[in-house]
Design a protein around this ligand. Structure first.
Ligand code: PRP
Length: 188
């Protein structure tokens, strides 16, 4: 399938957004993260990636394809934003992981660590299941928005405290299908 070029601006729910991270930049960084994970787990054994739905579905798929060796995938589903632009601060669990995680090398995969509440919640839940190791990966992280302390082992990009959409990240459930990441024009 030929790639569809990402436009410089998009409109979502009546608001204009401008290009923030283009597709090539995102994919190049994911390849680096995949190589890093491949090297880190060469001795340990295959990791299992736990994507946090919905936002992380696209990053999880691309990150998995960037890891040349064996790895598995499963999903956790949470909600903290609802349809708003800022985190509600309330994490709701909508679906648990199916895979048995005891003795496994687990990497929790998020599209974004904003306040950190969602990542903290998933890491704490999974830690109770006695994994052999537990790490965290995120495509985006907003250091200035952090409300809880959470160590993230694999970070794609640290970004300013901006409202971003695309590549899995939504605005009222729309825009997840954009191939690049966009910032609200008034903020960017
Ligand atoms: C988003 C994102 C993370 C979380 C990050 O999910 O996918 O899971 O918020 O924010 P936090 O660090 O403040 O917790 P959202 O609740 O919007 O659900 P979604 O993944 O279905 O878009």
């Amino acid at each position: 399938m030929p790639a569809v070029a990402a436009p410089d601006t998009v409109t979502c729910r009546g608001e204009r957004f401008q290009l923030y991270l283009d597709e090539d930049t995102i994919q190049a960084r994911i390849l680096e993260l995949g190589q890093q994970i491949e090297a880190d787990y060469a001795e340990l054994g295959p990791p299992i990636l736990i994507g946090v739905l919905n936002g992380a579905f696209m990053f999880t798929a691309d990150l998995m394809r960037a890891i040349p060796g064996d790895c598995e995938v499963d999903f956790y589903k949470l909600s903290s934003y609802g349809d708003a632009k800022t985190s509600s601060g309330q994490v709701t669990e909508l679906k648990d992981v199916d895979a048995k995680l005891e003795g496994r090398h687990v990497i929790v995969v998020e599209d974004i660590v904003d306040t950190g509440l969602s990542m903290r919640y998933v890491l704490d839940q999974i830690a109770t299941r006695n994994p052999a190791s537990l790490r965290a990966a995120t495509l985006l992280r907003k250091p200035d928005a952090a409300k809880v302390d959470v160590e993230v082992d694999y970070v794609g990009f640290d970004i300013d405290n901006l409202f971003v959409i695309g590549y899995g990240l939504d605005y009222g459930q729309l825009a997840r299908n954009l191939r690049a990441i966009y910032v609200l024009e008034e903020e960017g």
